[in-house]
Design a protein around this ligand. Structure first.
Ligand code: ZN
Length: 238
């Protein structure tokens, strides 16, 4: 799924992925060139509602920052309503967590920005699919997933669309983990998330009407998929 820090598939769960790594220009203000073994994910909102401020535009923005060597700022991936764009290898540290060059967030976590330019709900749903995929790949627990606010020395309320207010951001984050992340890490809810070895069987069950295939609510566990595949091999669904 990930090779040399680069996301390999062209799509995750139906969402197109563009790997467009920022070209290093010498001063390591965007491309830190510092190696990283990811231990978690930090979630952000771009805070930019301008319609043009999608995932591709944020990549161009980062390249300009690197070209001018101005600001020390970077993150790994931006997700918008229509795509996922990777800017940094996942094996390299970024500057996104606001906890300094030796902070845990910057040194050890993958920074993901959710774009706010168009259809925020879809951008957030796409991000959840990406996060769930990365959590499965790296074997992260839910506790490895943090909002920028958690690390930020400046106490920046980010991702603002999820945390909503300074008063109870911890509760809002816990709710997000419970309702949007854990429900998806324990279950395979969309066809795209079903492991390749189970896809044919699940497709067959949907086609035959044994399994309702609408939306993102398949509600399958790994054990269920395994069992269905064994039954399918035994010819039970033919
Ligand atoms: Zn942030």
């Amino acid at each position: 799924m990930i090779k040399d820090g680069l996301i390999q598939p062209e799509k995750i769960d139906g969402i197109p992925i563009k790997v467009s790594i920022i070209q290093p220009r010498g001063i390591p203000n965007v491309r830190t060139m510092k190696p990283m073994t990811p231990k978690g994910i930090t979630v952000h909102n771009t805070g930019n509602t301008s319609p043009a401020a999608g995932a591709l535009a944020h990549g161009q923005y980062l390249q300009k920052l690197e070209d001018k060597s101005e600001e020390y700022k970077s993150w790994h991936i931006t997700v918008s309503h229509d795509r996922i764009v990777q800017h940094l290898p996942l094996t390299e540290q970024g500057y996104h967590a606001g906890d300094g060059k030796n902070g845990y967030g910057n040194m050890h976590t993958i920074g993901i920005e959710i774009a706010e330019n168009k259809n925020y709900e879809t951008a957030e749903k796409n991000t959840i699919k990406l996060i769930v995929t990365l959590m499965r790949y790296y074997g992260f627990e839910a506790s490895a997933l943090k909002p920028h606010r958690y690390y930020s020395h400046a106490e920046k309320l980010c991702p603002r669309r999820i945390l909503l207010s300074e008063e109870n951001w911890q509760e809002k984050w816990e709710g997000f983990l419970r309702q949007r992340i854990l429900s998806n890490t324990s279950h395979y809810n969309s066809m795209g998330s079903v492991p390749d070895w189970g896809k044919k069987t699940i497709e067959k069950l949907i086609a035959k009407g044994y399994l309702m295939g609408d939306g993102d609510t398949l509600g399958l566990t790994l054990d269920m998929i395994r069992t269905f595949v064994i039954h399918d091999r035994a010819g039970l669904y033919d």
